[in-house]
Structure formats: structure tokens, C-alpha cells
Ligand binder design. Sequence first.
Ligand code: NAP
Length: 352
Amino acid sequence: MTEISKTAPVLVTGASGYIAGWIVKYLLEAGHTVHGTVRDPAKPKGLEHLKALSDAHPGQLKLFKADLLTPGAYDAAMQGCELVMHTASPFIITGFTDANQALVRPAVEGTRNVLEACNRVSSVKRVVLTSSVAGIFGDNADLKAVPGGVFTEEHWNTSSSVSHQPYSYSKVAAEREAWKIQKAQSRWDLVTINPALVLGPSLARSSASTSISTMKQLGNGTMRAGAPKLVMGVVDVRDVAQAHILAGYNPAAEGRHIVCAGERSLLQLGTVLRGKFPQYPFPRKETPTFLVWLVAPLARLQRSFVRQNVGLPLRIDNRRSREKLGLSYRPIDQTVVEHFQQMIDDGLMRRR
Ligand code: NAP
């Protein structure tokens, strides 16, 4: 049992991020003091929402500069904190040449950097780590080896590597590193949140999160000719943020928590969105999988990804998050509609 003081500051790493924005907002609204780390507190774009939150909650939000790869960078921000929420990690799928540099090093060495600071800063009692369902499985094909045909917190991703699904590899490697460091000491405990694909309105207008680019691609005509037959777990960003807070302040919270509202194909998401926004070119059909495989390099998809995911079923069990954290989930249709509306309102999708 770990009691976290309601008056001690909470550290949120990567406070500028898509998910972290909602965590910071809910913490401030609940009256907590938040220490948020960002790579560049002076950057002209991407911090406007944090500035607005700070203005709405005077004196409650303090930003610190910290990069995952700078040793000792998190010590100052962590002083006095009992609860550390470590969300910072690159969530990018394309646009890099060296996966190790772009993803694995910041995820794994960054997690080590943050947790070694927890070992030095004696106020820390609990760390909530933003892991991923990528810590549970790498490809939909992995389900074939799971008795019962549903992924749970018992499962670990063993199929990803630096060359195949490097983002997923970065997440499972970082989570494994976190458990290793936690088990080597006894002052602070570790609770992980393992979200599926996170969608829903963003407070941050500019974010590199693949969540935002996935939603854009659904509505900008990229899949006009057809969507790959790809099923994903989906969850609302606001529910993911609540999961972090429940995990942080519930004294009995422990272990891993899959956070997923349900499974949907790209076509199912497009169909819901087309019903609400008929003027946008959402996918109307699925592309035959052999064609997806053929054009994969043009779409910057790995053929191994297509083989191991497209056309394959997926089932993810969210029972532990509901029973142990008391989390309830928004309907996925509401999540995607509200997300797309926010992108239109913020000028991120061309008005039609
Ligand atoms: P995001 O908006 O891109 O946020 C990522 C955050 O990580 C940003 O605040 C970014 O800071 C920070 N970061 C990246 N590299 C860094 C570095 N070298 N040093 C310090 N900070 C660094 O993405 P997100 O979707 O909110 O993701 C947040 C977390 O959730 C990640 O751990 C991700 O793996 C996990 N997750 C996301 C999803 C999803 O679908 N979105 C699903 C499961 C798990 P800057 O602002 O300085 O770039």
C-alpha cells in the first residue's frame, strides 16, 4: 500500500505531449501542484495549452527543462515529488533513418535516466510509467500463440526488434528496464499504464504523436482508395489520463494495466466518421491485403508489418483496468468524432 500525499508536487515528464496535456489538466483541476518537464520551455509552438492551463491555475504548474538523454536532467524537477508520471518517449512510426537513435535510446536510456533520479530523490514513493500495449504484443499475429485468443497483462512482446516494429520494441524494452530498476530497490513502487492507440481531442495543437497523424490520414484522402484491413485497440486520451491519475493515487495499485476501450478496424473508424462528417474522404472499403503488401514500400510500410498484422484479428482484455483502477471507458465512436471535430476547429483539417 502506497499513500501519496495530495499536497506534494507531482512530476509529469514530457508535459507538452498529447497524453500528458490531459494528465496535467486533470491534476491541476484536482488542486495538485505539477512539475512538468519539457525539452524546450522557450519553444514558440506546442506549449500554448500549458500556458493557458497555468494561467487558469496560478502557481500550480512549474515547467522544467529536461531531455531524456541528458544524465541527471530530471533531478531538479523531481525534488519534493512523491509521485512521478513518466510519459516522455518518442511516439513516431516513420520519418527517421536510425531507429535506435530515434526511438530505442530515448525510450530505454531515458527511462533509466528518470528512474535513477527516483533512486536519488528520497521523496519519491511511486512511479506511473506510460508503457503501451506494445509492451504486451508486437504484432496481431502474436495472438495465434496465446491460449484463449486474448492479450492480457500476463503477456510480453517478444516479436519486435530494432528492425521490425522498432517503436514497439522501444516500448517493451523501456518497460522491462523500468521493472528491473524498480525491483532492485524498495522505496518506490511502479505501476504501468499500457494504452492501445490513443485517440480523442488534443489540448496541444502541435504534437508529433502518431495518434494525431493517424487521425489526419483517415480524413485527408490518404485512404480514399481503400484502407488496409487493420484492426487496432483504441482508447480515449481522456480515459488514458484518468488511468494515470487512478494509478497514481490508489494506494493498492500495482502491476500492469492494459487501457483499451475496444478493437476497431480502420474501415470501422472511417465509417463512423463519414456518418458525422460526410464531406471528408474517409475510407469506404478495404484494400485487398495482397495489394497492401505490394505497395507497402510506397506507403512507407514494412512488408513484415503487413504480413504480421493486416487481415489478422485482435482481442485485448481491459478487465484489470476496470476492476483494479475503477476506470470506465468512453464509447469509441464518441472519441473519434470529438477528435475529428477538434482538428477541424483547430484548423488542422481543411474545412470543406
Ligand atoms: P507526444 O505528444 O509525441 O508526446 C511525447 C512526449 O515525449 C513529448 O512531450 C516529447 O517532448 C517527449 N519526448 C520525446 N523525446 C524526448 C526526449 N529526447 N527528451 C525529452 N522528452 C522527449 O506523444 P503521446 O502520444 O502523448 O505519447 C506519450 C507517451 O504515451 C509515450 O510514452 C508513448 O509511447 C505512449 N503511448 C502513446 C500511445 C498513443 O497512441 N498516443 C499509445 C500507447 C502509449 P517534446 O514536446 O519536447 O517533443
